[in-house]
Ligand binder design. Sequence first.
Ligand code: NDP
Length: 315
Amino acid sequence: MASEATEKVHVLIIGSGPAGYTAAIYAARANMKPVLYQGIQPGGQLTITTEVENYPGYPEGIQGPEMMVHFEKQAARMGADIRYGLATKVDFNKQPYRVEIDEEKWIEADAVIISTGASAKWLGLESEQRLNGFGVSACAVCDGFFFKGKDVAIVGAGDTAAEEALYLSKLCTTVHMFIRRDQMRASKVMQDRVLNAPNIKVYWNTDTDEILGEKKVEAVRVKNNQTNETQEIPISGFFVAIGHQPNSDIFKGWIDMDETGYIKTIPGTTKTNLEGVFAAGDVQDKNYRQAVTAAGSGCMAALDAERYLTSKGLA
Ligand code: NDP
């Protein structure tokens, strides 16, 4: 049984990546008094990136964490109420919708904007967790630099893995690429680039058995899943690029999603199947996944929410 709501807000924004902060900027400027809960990783995925060169308006590029500080400051300056806290449960049974924060308090909101983003998937090995940050990474663009002139490995066979393998091949001596089937999922053009890169060594039908090293990554043990043959390959960095999963678990059963958990929105809008609940950014976008597209959809969510509230006489 849900505890009593302790606070009523007008517009609640869940998540603090480019989508959430942009929604907050627009909602605050439209006098919708948004309250934004930042979630477990304030600033979102960009806080684990280094240089961002493709966000318009920064001709010299900018560091991801710094850019997210700018987003937050701008939202705060417009009057958004930005709070540290994690949405842990929702009750979308009736309006106003209810969202539990940190398992301890409930917020009631006239409109909810979901911008909880997506997270990298991991293989699930004990060694992967233990050595995370000590040679294990899910972001080549963030961490590749640390392995300049060294040998590294990457697992995955989609466009992300291909892109990251190519990125690493420009920095590292050899990139060992482990592919679990006898073919790649990546687009043909990316496959060709990978297969033609002189220092990317592709291992087909290969699973990662264990990442080896006490305090930092020193090698990896892989197994050919056809022959069961294992081999140890000395490396300094191990990159996981096996896809992302949307952070949508708490909305399951309430909001329509696709089979992988991405929230479905009505094309051309940020509207979900529930009136007054909107979704923006990577939690509803598995195609583009860019800071600028997330920010754009955050803007759309705030405008959709404003129109919704006006139509209900709640603005
Ligand atoms: P994908 O889901 O497309 O690919 C994930 C890859 O990881 C697959 O090859 C999969 O293997 C492999 N994989 C999954 N789990 C494991 C595991 N446990 N062990 C080993 N391998 C595993 O994710 P991406 O992040 O690559 O791409 C997501 C979307 O973004 C795609 O639509 C992609 O096209 C798009 N994208 C486009 C880019 C571009 O156009 N420039 C750049 C990056 C992404 P298997 O094939 O066997 O299932």
